[in-house]
Design a protein around this ligand. Structure first.
Ligand SMILES: *Cc1c(COP(=O)(O)O)cnc(C)c1O
Length: 384
């Protein structure tokens, strides 16, 4: 099997696994315990917090460990929106239809069940949130805006520091979902100027089931998981020590090796984009042609059933995706592809190829030799 789905998840780096292993059976203490075994676990968590803070250029006590990127998004939106309304009465939430469901569905629930007001920000033809749309949407009653750093389905990178500047000038909170971006882009929160930022371990060679939320000092959140006082009383529950250790090591390595990892995947990605557009008729690149994640190539093919194409690719030994992994088996085109303005005959035929550390020129070449005939086969079957 040739894996071309690193945006869905990545394998755990061996160095990350090595860092995690002692915390399963040797140093298994509860970080809240007074005894030495507990203190050892607490030290491991605080060291992990420092490591994450060093990458983000923030204070250690601005990092909240969570169970995943989705939970970080939930805590950011729900926690900040509710705290903000309590203190100021503001109830508008601004976000876009391109967000991961962890953000968009949370915003929709806050509107439907909790009395908030929701406005969708305009997107340009590459699926980016424009500065003009945020400027236009923000009003005296706006609590917060949430715009993802890089899109998981189409790879487009949003102008986060400029958007955050607009938010700051208008005295609203700004959250960014950096879950997909953190593998390749600079996540320095000082440069980005964000108040809240979500991360998830398994998108950058860390384990699944662990994430983090950056919360700028002074930003109030209402916790949505109540109980013990862990994580500064913002996220109750005994911390998952080995996973937190793994998360921090994976993020440290991602930052340390960012340039090398980018240099490895980018030419392969460019080769995929160039050859697919050249060799396959009725094919289009989705997302921004340049301002996109360096490991990310995404397309639509006219008159192709995207799920069928994925099955044909799977049978031929290639693991790809049609968009977000969560949407597998859903015959409707994704909101992200639809938001780009494609008609149904194009939007249903989306394909996402994402590269990573184990991608090679030879594997990419094998893929590119196979894909055109499978697209043709899917078209033939589609026309029956
Ligand atoms: C994967 C992903 C998430 C969800 O992260 P989990 O850790 O899988 O919950 C959220 N946002 C984006 C942009 C993602 O790519």
């Amino acid at each position: 099997m040739i894996y071309l789905d690193y945006a869905a998840t990545t394998p755990v780096d061996q160095r990350v696994l090595d860092a995690m292993l002692p915390y399963f059976r040797e140093n298994y203490g509860n970080p809240s315990s007074i005894h030495r075994l507990g203190q050892k676990a607490e030290t491991a968590i605080e060291e992990a917090r420092e490591k994450v803070a060093a990458v983000l250029h923030c204070r250690a006590d601005e990092i909240i460990f969570t169970s995943c990127g989705s939970e970080s998004d939930n805590l950011a939106l729900r926690g900040a929106a509710m705290a903000r309304r309590n203190s100021t009465g503001e109830k508008w939430i601004l976000t876009s239809k391109n967000e991961h469901h962890a953000v968009s569905k949370t915003a929709q629930q806050l509107e439907k069940e909790y009395g908030f007001l929701l406005e969708w920000l305009d997107l340009d033809e590459h699926g980016a949130v424009t500065l003009a749309s945020l400027n236009k949407a923000v009003c005296n009653d706006t609590a917060l805006a949430s715009v993802m750093y890089a899109n998981n389905e189409i790879g487009t990178i949003n102008p986060i520091s400029e958007l955050a500047e607009i938010a700051k000038a208008n005295n609203i909170l700004f959250h960014t979902d950096a879950v997909q971006a953190a593998a390749y882009l600079d996540v320095n929160v000082e440069k980005l100027g964000v108040d809240l930022m979500s991360l998830g371990g398994h998108k950058f060679y860390g384990p699944k089931g662990v994430g983090a939320l950056y919360v700028r000092k002074g930003t109030k959140l209402i916790p949505h998981q109540t109980g013990g006082g862990q994580e500064f009383s913002l996220r109750a529950g005994t911390q998952n020590v080995p996973y937190i250790v793994g998360f921090a090591e994976a993020l440290r390595l991602a930052a340390e090796e960012r340039e090398a990892r980018t240099a490895h995947v980018k030419p392969l990605r460019d080769q995929i984009i160039g050859r697919v557009l050249e060799e396959i008729s009725d094919s289009k690149l989705t997302g921004h042609p340049e301002n996109r994640l360096p490991n990310h190539a995404s397309f639509v093919f006219k008159d192709v059933d995207g799920n069928l194409l994925l099955q044909l690719l799977d049978s031929a030994g290639f693991a790809c995706s049609s968009g977000s992994a969560c949407k597998t088996g859903n015959p409707e085109p994704s909101e992200v592809i639809t938001s780009l303005g494609y008609s149904r005959d194009w939007a249903l035929g989306s394909l996402r190829i994402t590269l990573g550390v184990d991608s090679t020129a030879q594997k990419v070449d094998e893929f590119l030799k196979t894909l055109p005939s499978l697209v043709e086969k899917a078209r033939t079957l589609n026309h029956r």
